[in-house]
Design a protein around this ligand. Structure first.
Ligand code: NI
Length: 164
């Protein structure tokens, strides 16, 4: 277990496409998830993706209880997704919520996201599971899974990242 530094925008490791996990049940994957959990907790994050701590694998963790960074957010059970696949449900877009990222310190923005979502993934033992979610839960999943493809939330902002 260890708290890692979270990579920040400008680091090329945040821009890589991460690889699928192919080996389950071993100590490496468990240790990665423990590190993600510890690092997320130490930063009051709502979620964290493996590439944010420099590990280019398709693993994310998220969850919210009472979070000072997101005081209005409804609770989300702690969830680990390995090799997630997201499918939007319907056409509805939610663009009325503010989003931040531990890898983009100091920035918040309204980011359009699919309002409703089906996702499937594997758990730490490789067992597949799926959920249908909406609202903030759907937003968090989209944000975290974007990290696996090297996408950061400013890329999703209409008009792009403000540079000055
Ligand atoms: Ni992020």
């Amino acid at each position: 277990m260890a708290v890692h530094d979270v990579l920040t925008i400008g680091d090329p490791r945040l821009r890589q496409r991460s690889a699928a996990v192919e080996r389950f049940g071993g100590p490496d994957l468990l240790a990665l998830v423990e590190d993600l959990r510890d690092t997320m907790a130490a930063s009051d994050g709502a979620g964290l993706a493996a590439p944010q701590i420099g590990v280019p694998l398709r693993v994310v963790i998220f969850g919210i209880t009472a979070n000072p960074r997101y005081p209005e957010a409804p609770p989300i059970p702690e969830t680990v997704l390995v090799n997630p696949v997201l499918t939007p449900l319907g056409e509805a877009i939610d663009d009325d919520a503010w989003e931040g990222c531990l890898s983009v310190p100091g920035w918040r923005a309204r980011v359009p996201r699919w309002k409703r979502l089906h996702y499937r993934a594997q758990d730490l033992q490789g067992q597949p599971f799926e959920r249908e979610v909406e609202g903030f839960h759907a937003r968090v999943v989209q944000h975290e899974c974007d990290h696996l493809d090297g996408v950061l939330f400013p890329d999703r902002m209409p008009g792009g990242f403000p540079r000055g």
